[in-house]
Design a protein around this ligand. Structure first.
Ligand code: ADP
Length: 261
């Protein structure tokens, strides 16, 4: 039986702002903490600063005001494109971060098999990416990000390019992964229903300037059944977020780069 993996970093945005050198205020007074083991989704329109926030969480960018406290170790990052090497097997793809990090062969092999088992892909260790469905490739990509046991996992709109049915399936798969491998996660999405279905907490953002306009706890425990999407609790939260997004966009003034009075 492989080890259960525990990743328990935290991320704090302490009243942060980010102004780019061209004067764009990408983030203004963003202030929240993702606690150890919490899986938080961030939803908002294009340009509200989601990617900027993710880069700051990854330690690849810095706020121009306030303070961000992020783990010193490398995060696990999952992008929209699974970016697997087609000439390497599933196992070799998942071993790659450990290999590049200079781990001993025994170590990276063990970590890769362990994580493949945890995402239920151990039987496909010797398959090539070209033999897998889009959803399975995405699971390999998640396994690869988990392989170095990062203290936080960052998801940059990973399911955005998948067809709707695969996307719903992946949302269920990700919940299973969360249950089997509790980790601290920050998940960016454009989709309100995806944010609510996946997040134990949803941060809602608006643009110009990029800012937090709502912060909602989603009480349903993981794993949530597909039917949760039809329950009143789910629909009420979706409605609350949708209203916040409509209000937030009406208050953003594209001409002047700040909320209208
Ligand atoms: P999102 O991911 O929500 O679409 P971004 O974080 O990419 O938002 O962008 C927020 C705002 O900052 C946008 O107005 C965008 O044009 C601007 N922006 C992003 N990166 C840069 C950059 N490197 N230089 C200047 N402006 C940027």
């Amino acid at each position: 039986m492989p080890d259960t993996l525990h990743r328990t970093g935290s991320i704090t945005f302490d009243h942060i702002g980010k102004q780019y050198s061209n004067g764009v205020e990408a983030l203004s007074n963003v202030d929240f903490t993702i606690k150890p083991g919490q899986f938080v989704t961030i939803v908002g329109p294009s340009g509200c600063g989601k990617s900027t926030l993710l880069r700051i969480a990854a330690g690849l960018s810095w706020p121009t005001s306030g303070k961000a406290v992020v783990p010193k170790t490398k995060p696990g990052v999952v992008f929209q494109d699974a970016t697997l090497l087609p000439w390497k097997t599933v196992l070799q793809n998942v071993e790659l971060p450990g290999k590049l990090d200079g781990l001993k062969q025994d170590d990276y092999e063990k970590k890769a098999m362990n994580v493949l088992y945890n995402v239920d892909l151990d039987k496909f260790a010797d398959s090539y990416p070209g033999q897998l469905s889009g959803g399975m490739k995405m699971r390999v990509s998640i396994a690869r990000a988990l392989s170095l046991e990062p203290s936080v996992m960052l998801f940059d709109e990973p399911f955005g390019a998948l067809d709707e049915i695969t996307r719903l399936h992946m949302q269920d798969e990700l919940q299973k992964i969360i249950v089997n491998n509790p980790f601290t996660g920050m998940f960016i999405t454009h989709s309100v229903s995806e944010a609510v279905y996946l997040g134990s907490r949803v941060i809602v953002m608006a643009a110009r300037p990029g800012r937090v306009i709502d912060d909602i706890t989603v009480p349903a425990p993981y794993p949530r059944p597909a039917s949760y999407r039809y329950q009143p609790e789910f629909q009420q939260i979706v409605e609350r977020i949708t209203n916040a997004l409509i209000k937030g966009s009406a208050m953003s003034d594209p001409e002047h780069g700040s909320p209208s009075k």
